[in-house]
Design a protein around this ligand. Structure first.
Ligand SMILES: O=C(O)CCC(=O)C(=O)O
Length: 202
């Protein structure tokens, strides 16, 4: 970003077989609070179902999906309902693009109502994301631990995703690692996570 002095804390979480970079305080406390309050009471939240071994299971979180030009996206045998990209998130989308040097045309938002909500081990490797996708993940609300594990080697990493932070995953990371956001017993607070992606039109 030219000579701009960045105000955030930058940390490489994964550097081998893919990259994950963490930016602490990517947005200010004030902006996080504003975004959180604009999204928490959305009528758009859905508890979607996925198919595992032919059985339908509700995912343990709420989701909302947005696309700039109607790009279709889904995982585990489901297509997500497509909403138009919210105007108030467009500036943030462009700022994140400028920071990571990747374009984004789609946004999957996760709402973890409390510590009982989670996101199990997976890779963001759907064909519609293309080879070596760039996934930029902004966290709002309660801090939660995020974990990586290498698919072949004994490499495990954990990072606490704080309010206002950005985690950028790119390179072959989705081919070589899985990630998860585990449950936290007795946690009452809520977290919203925005994952910006580039979805290739069919
Ligand atoms: O909530 C998070 O930080 C993880 C989200 C995630 O893994 C995903 O949407 O694929």
């Amino acid at each position: 970003m030219g000579n701009t002095i960045s105000h955030y804390r930058k940390l490489k979480v994964i550097e081998f077989d893919g990259i994950a970079t963490y930016y602490g305080q990517f947005i200010s406390q004030r902006e996080s609070e504003m975004l959180y309050s604009q999204m928490i009471n959305w009528h758009l939240w859905n508890q979607n179902e996925i198919k595992i071994f032919g059985k339908k299971i509700k995912v343990p979180r709420l989701e909302a999906y947005f696309a700039l030009n109607g790009e279709q996206y889904g995982y585990s045998g489901q297509n997500l309902e497509i909403n138009p990209f919210p105007e108030f998130l467009n500036n943030l989308r462009l700022r994140i693009s400028q920071c990571t040097n990747y374009p984004y045309n789609a946004l999957l938002v996760n709402l973890y109502r409390n510590g009982n909500d989670s996101n199990g081990w997976h890779s963001d490797d759907e064909r519609t994301l293309g080879i070596n996708p760039s996934i930029a993940s902004l966290s709002l609300g309660c801090a939660r631990t995020f974990e990586f594990k290498h698919k072949q080697l004994n490499i495990n990493k954990k990072i606490v995703l704080e309010n206002g932070s950005l985690l950028h995953m790119y390179g072959p990371i989705q081919h070589n690692y899985k990630h998860q956001l585990p449950k936290v017993p007795n946690l009452e607070q809520t977290r919203i996570n925005l994952t910006f992606r580039w979805v290739h039109p069919h």
